[in-house]
Design a protein around this ligand. Structure first.
Ligand code: ACM
Ligand code: ZN
Length: 556
């Protein structure tokens, strides 16, 4: 009798389970980045079907666009095609709504699912966008047609740790066209990132159309040949180039904006300027001749800081740039500018004299000349209503108190900057340089610059290390960088980014208490399912051995 009751109870339980979920596919909120607070409610799930509608507030274009994104994601993952409405109902509706009183911050959201419907609320439209990403990543990815997908009852409260969540893309060493840049933006979207740092110019190529100086793209965007491997004596003997027209850059910026992503352009100066010197040799200290660099590394030839024509040139370029890019910040580089030409240049030395720059225990007069250079450009950009970001070398000399510092030579520069009251973005080589190898078995990897940065290490970046609570306020964000000397193809670009961007996105989005690499790793396959759905290439090192990579062609 007891056994019979047991069997009956068990059957009842099983029936309930089948009734609720059955063989029916269900969503799971074990996603990346992990939301701040996920409270499963345990009640009946919401049954998402083709009869479900997505509601958005009438007259709000951004919210209509958000609703369209959600519809597209749901269809791509599940095949279910939902309708849109401006008349929300309590039943069978995903209601997207704004409530400025919500305490989840500028980019946060509140997602509530019960058996009757889904409510996604945020103070601002971008919060809704991130809530939509959460729904998207929670959904199962289905190959066969289904009638319904179960969304377990839940309340999710979420907001990011940092306001600046960046990914850097170098298009100077190898050029990537607008479609690739847009797909990179799509990758940022999936990882709740909000800033694309677009490294547009370097020794090996100038990629920005500047109407006043057509030479920059006519000649400066093309290098006649490219060295093979790590600066071997062999070259490919093939000219290569590429640049973006101003219309194309505007198209990228608009595409990013629709996805709540700001594009920050970088014009790297006074170093990394060989492509400019090749067009305008009079802007260098020696007068040239120069050519667009064909090897990798740091060039001794940089812009002459003693020549006023250089500042006029930079101002002309930046004047056109700020007309295209609406970003608060313009990145003006400042890294890897050797002093050797300035030391031997009469114009630079005269400028040092004229400014009364003298060496001290820590810095040379030429270091201070670079500070003067950067400050002069900063002042110009300030006059255009913009602020500057510079690599941490800008701290050498008499650094501007108002520049934002991007710490790349480890975190020391960022720590120093934060301690002296400057804003900081942490992107140290030690944790955030995605051009480094991700495995020690380098013979099985595509050629990379060197280094070793496995995903575990990326995950361990602590941007607040060694900082007091007050100093921590200056850490405005975190960024991962991808330099493309050794990355000529989009597939390789994706392989270097993913899934390490997933690790950096948890550093950027999640509170420190959430950081648990093993738990992250357990959530990774579900995110990689989305990579597969998008047709993106990814590295497999952190995935379980039995993960089904499907038909995705294996390159490495
Ligand atoms: C850098 O990696 N040279 C900023
Ligand atoms: Zn000079």
């Amino acid at each position: 009798m007891k056994n019979l009751i047991k069997v009956m109870l068990f059957s009842l339980l099983a029936l309930c389970t089948i009734g609720l979920y059955g063989q029916q596919p269900a969503a799971s909120y074990d996603i990346i980045p992990q939301p701040m607070k996920v409270q499963l409610k345990g009640g009946a799930p919401f049954e998402l079907s083709a009869t479900t509608v997505i509601a958005y507030p009438d007259g709000n274009e951004l919210m209509r666009k958000n609703a369209e994104f959600l519809r597209e994601y749901i269809q791509k993952s599940t095949g279910l095609k939902l309708g849109l409405t401006t008349n929300p109902t309590r039943m069978n509706c995903i209601n997207l709504s704004l409530d400025f009183k919500l305490s989840t911050g500028k980019e946060g959201y509140l997602l509530v699912v019960d058996d009757r419907g889904v409510s996604l609320m945020a103070a601002e439209e971008n919060g809704i966008f991130y809530g939509i990403q959460t729904i998207r990543k929670s959904l199962p990815i289905l190959k066969e047609k289904v009638e319904q997908v179960a969304l377990p009852a839940v309340q999710i409260t979420d907001e990011p740790r940092f306001g600046y969540r960046g990914i850097h893309l170098d298009v100077a060493r190898h050029f990537f066209d607008v479609d690739v840049v847009k797909q990179t933006i799509d990758m940022l979207v999936l990882h709740n990132q909000n800033t694309l740092h677009w490294h547009l110019t370097d020794d090996q190529g100038w990629r920005v159309e500047i109407k006043k100086y057509p030479e920059l793209t006519r000649f400066g965007s093309i290098r006649q040949r490219t060295v093979i491997g790590h600066n071997t004596p062999i070259y490919d003997n093939t000219p290569t180039g590429g640049y973006y027209t101003q219309a194309e850059m505007r198209e990228v910026i608009e595409y990013a904006k629709e996805r709540y992503i700001t594009v920050i352009p970088e014009i790297d100066m006074p170093g990394h300027m060989m492509a400019v010197l090749a067009c305008f040799p009079e802007l260098g200290c020696t007068g040239g001749p120069y050519h667009v660099a064909e090897e990798w590394g740091i060039a001794d030839d940089i812009l002459c800081a003693g020549n006023d024509k250089v500042y006029s040139f930079i101002e002309d370029v930046l004047s056109e740039l700020v007309e295209i890019f609406p970003s608060k910040y313009i990145h003006i580089g400042g890294d890897e500018a050797p002093r050797v030409r300035w030391q031997n240049c009469p114009k630079c030395q005269a400028r040092i004299q004229q400014l009364g720059l003298v060496k001290d225990d820590e810095h040379s007069a030429e270091d201070k000349l670079q500070s003067y250079f950067m400050a002069r450009v900063e002042k110009f950009l300030n006059s255009k209503g913009r602020q500057i970001i510079g690599w941490d070398e800008i701290l050498d000399g008499d650094p501007s108190p108002t520049a934002t510092v991007m710490s790349w030579r480890g975190t020391a520069g960022g720590i120093k900057a934060a301690k002296t009251g400057r804003d900081v973005i942490m992107s140290p080589t030690t944790y955030a340089y995605l051009d480094y190898y991700q495995s020690e078995r380098t013979n099985r990897e595509p050629l990379a610059i060197g280094g070793f940065l496995p995903i575990e290490k990326v995950y361990q970046l602590d941007p607040m290390d060694q900082l007091s609570a007050d100093e921590q306020k200056h850490i405005i964000g975190v960024q991962a960088n991808l330099w493309t000397e050794y990355i000529p193809y989009q597939e390789q670009l994706q392989y270097m980014y993913m899934p390490r961007v997933a690790a950096i996105c948890e550093v950027q989005w999640c509170k420190p208490a959430q950081g648990d690499f093993e738990a992250f790793k357990a959530r990774l396959p579900k995110l990689v399912d989305v990579y597969k759905l998008m047709g993106w290439k990814y590295a497999r090192h952190a995935l379980p051995a039995d993960y089904d990579h499907g038909s995705s062609a294996s390159m490495w």
